[in-house]
Design a protein around this ligand. Structure first.
Ligand SMILES: [Zn+2]
Length: 427
């Protein structure tokens, strides 16, 4: 470690009260009349635009060089002493789902600003430029897509998105126009891969792993990618009284066995598997179900392990088919690759956690984030902060001020190390 970095260890932490103040202020934008209505800031609607303006004002106040790109990503830059080096990016999003909570996305943006502000207050100029980003439309609630900002920034946005419509019939193109953007220029938001060294996102966990472990923050090892299946089992719809058990082709029982197989493969490979939507027909009290249709959601941090989960599941389909005289038809309806976090950044996060005296808890991240998209062009790392009762995308979403501060101190220390230290690409 260079002497320069060692000196930084004396730096005081972030200002918890100030961070909390901004979280509570941002919470007022798009808030319903009653607390139970939560916060609604759908992409390119007035509350979401107002939230971005809040972020812009705050970034300017802090002293960052602020700009908004062609798709509305807000970028605040703290110039490094060596601006030629690829930058360190950090941030999240301020759009929300319908009746969402005050921390999803907001903590990652406001925490990043607070971390950089702390550096500025201590007259620390990093070697690398640090860019704080508030991405557009992470949630995808309004147009059903999501990751618009990070996809545009990484050059992965396809022109088809402009034709997507919201439930009022407005196209994405119209939404961008009404918010003052030129839809045809979205390509200009793309940044070259060489410009970005690393992306670190802090986000609330949205699950209960950290709470169960009684620790405030976790360091992400990988972001799980979902694989969705639509399954249809064909059996025979017979009379519930007149058909003995031995000769039935009960599609519902075959489905039940499949559901248990989903649980089994998830446990075996330490992934997760869910059957969340199911339907049996004809659907009468006295009729043996002749057909069952359901979905399967499989997730794992490793693509290889997820493939093994799928392979075992297909094998289960075959044995259930022959045991029960039914037939399966299945189709993959979604397949997103998991993202493995950079080992280099995980090491930095571990060291930083150690220096902050918070210990490191490695864990996979179950929900998708902009970090997933950013990982396709740069090294990526994530910090998760404990959620109360694991509740998220809900007005009851909560994270304590202390935990927000702990996560932000870890982010600060990580940014200091990444922005001052030598990275593989430099040598
Ligand atoms: Zn989020």
């Amino acid at each position: 470690m260079s002497e320069e970095v060692s000196n930084l260890q004396t730096t005081a932490g972030i200002n918890q009260q100030r961070l909390w103040g901004h979280l509570m202020k941002l919470r007022e934008i798009g808030a319903g009349e009653h607390e139970s209505e939560g916060i609604t800031r759908l992409s390119f609607t007035p509350p979401e635009i107002e939230a971005k303006k809040y972020i812009i004002r705050l970034m300017e106040e802090v002293g960052l060089d602020v700009k908004m790109d062609a798709v509305g990503n807000v970028l605040g830059r703290l110039e490094g002493t060596n601006p030629e080096l690829p930058v360190i990016m950090t941030g999240s999003h301020v759009d929300t789902v319908i009746q969402g909570g005050p921390f999803d996305g907001s903590l990652g943006v406001l925490g990043a600003i607070e971390a950089v502000r702390t550096m500025i207050e201590h007259s620390e100029q990093p070697k690398r430029t640090i860019e704080v980003v508030s991405f557009s439309d992470e949630e995808g609630t309004r147009f059903g897509a999501g990751y618009l900002g990070s996809k545009a920034l990484t050059g992965q946005l396809k022109p088809g998105f402009l034709q997507l419509t919201d439930k009022e019939g407005f196209t994405y193109k119209e939404a961008l126009l009404s918010a003052g953007f030129d839809p045809g220029r979205y390509i200009e938001a793309a940044r070259s891969q060489e410009e970005i060294e690393a992306f670190v996102e802090m986000h609330i966990e949205q699950g209960r792993v950290l709470e169960e472990a009684d620790v405030p923050v976790g360091i992400v090892t990988s972001i799980q990618g979902p694989l969705w299946l639509k399954v249809k089992i064909q059996g025979a719809a017979d009379h519930a009284g007149a058909t003995p058990m031995a000769i039935r082709k009960d599609a519902s029982l075959a489905m039940a066995e499949t559901m248990l197989a989903v649980e089994r493969v998830a446990v075996t490979y330490e992934g997760v598997g869910t059957v969340g939507k199911l339907n049996v027909t004809p659907g009468g009290v006295n009729i043996i179900p002749g057909e069952a249709e359901f979905t399967i959601d499989l997730r794992h941090g490793s693509e290889e392990a997820r493939s093994s989960m799928l392979r075992d599941l297909y094998a289960a389909f075959h044995s259930i088919e022959s045991a029960r005289g039914v037939s399966f038809v299945s189709e993959i309806t979604k397949e997103e690759a998991p993202a493995v976090c950079s080992s280099e950044i995980q090491t930095v996060l571990d060291e930083a956690a150690d220096e902050c005296g918070i210990g490191s808890t490695p864990m996979p991240c179950g929900a998708g984030h902009d970090a997933l998209i950013m990982s396709t062009v740069s090294k990526m790392g994530m910090i998760l902060v404990r959620s109360e009762n694991g509740i998220s995308h809900n007005p009851k979403e909560w994270t304590t001020a202390e935990d927000c501060a702990t996560g932000t101190n870890l982010l600060l220390r990580t940014l200091q190390k990444l922005a001052h230290g030598e990275m593989e690409r430099d040598v």
